[in-house]
Design a binder for this molecule. Sequence first.
Ligand code: IFM
Length: 395
Amino acid sequence: MSKSKQLKFPKNFLWGSAVSSYQVSGGIENCDWSEKFPAGKACDYYNQYEKYFEIAKELNQNVHRFSLSWSRIQPEEGKFNRKAILRYRKMLLALRKRGIKPMVTIWHWTLPLWMSEKGGWENSKFPDYFEEYTRFVVEELDDLVDFWITTNEPMIYTSLAYIMGTFPPQKNNLLAVPKVFYNFVKTHKKAYKAIHDINKNAKVGLAQNLSFVDAYYKSSVLNKIVASAFNFFRNKLFLELTKNYQDFLGINYYFHDRIKIASKFPFLKIENENKKVSDLGWEIYPEGIYYILKDLQKYNLPIYITENGLADTEDKNRAEFIKEHLKYIHKAIAEGVDVKGYLHWSLLDNFEWADGFEPRFGLVEMDYEKMETKIRGSAREYAGICKNSLLAFCI
Ligand code: IFM
């Protein structure tokens, strides 16, 4: 006979979900993505946000992460759009009215055209442009924001935009990487200071995509060295350089990187067991989040899981995925790691960048033609956990 077990999460633990501007908003036509990868109306979130926030409330969520569109707010160099700011104020008020804390990402992967024409992240003045934009939005919105996230997943963006060439500006240029990387570090630090100039009590972090790295041949010293070098560049370097400029750590967890040595450049490859995978073929590896969290304990900072999710059109694995990850998060908390919230990626099906609308990451299913929503079964199960901060399961 199976027994049941209950895991209680700490008091005031935050439960929610995340989206980003270009992926859900609709109507963004003046950014570096819009020509080659148009997202059209997407979920029309920019206009229909009340409907979506009502769903988040119905699902017992009390934190919501969304991002601002730089191209909407600053469509031309030196020109700020008051109408856009007023819209964002309305969105923030609409969240607060429902008892949902706003977590706002200042930059989630898209640049205004004018900024990309100036060389985007390769421009050595990029941190100054970003600071000007940050100061403007924080002056205008800070009274309604609980958490600021400066940038989303700097390392993923850098590798997809400058090494793999899939994201704009679609370069395969290893030589650009140090410059872009350095600009990300500098930009984050400047933005962090600017936000604190405006509000010394602001809570500021960034959302980092951290993978769990281990060696394919665990008994091979060489394999372990290669895996730890990969881990250093993939996960640790950015964190080390910015750790004194983060009031909390925002962690996006999706990947297990089991590193095997290869004979060709870059002399390693990722080979996971893939016992279970998402619709995108990404390995589902919940225990990885536990090891990552344990490793982050040394930074002595509060931690929010700012993203965690999977593409699952049929909603076959999402509920189990959430529960399994939460079990490992709870285990880390029980061992003293200060995790304060979990935000699932994503509230809605949305535009998955170069993969378009096909992958379905939403707790809520979107019919883009009719602009209709359907709450998935997994969302209801997640809502049950959020309600009492309690995860119940059979053992
Ligand atoms: O959709 C993305 C998001 O924009 C950044 N983190 C990973 C998600 C899934 O790929």
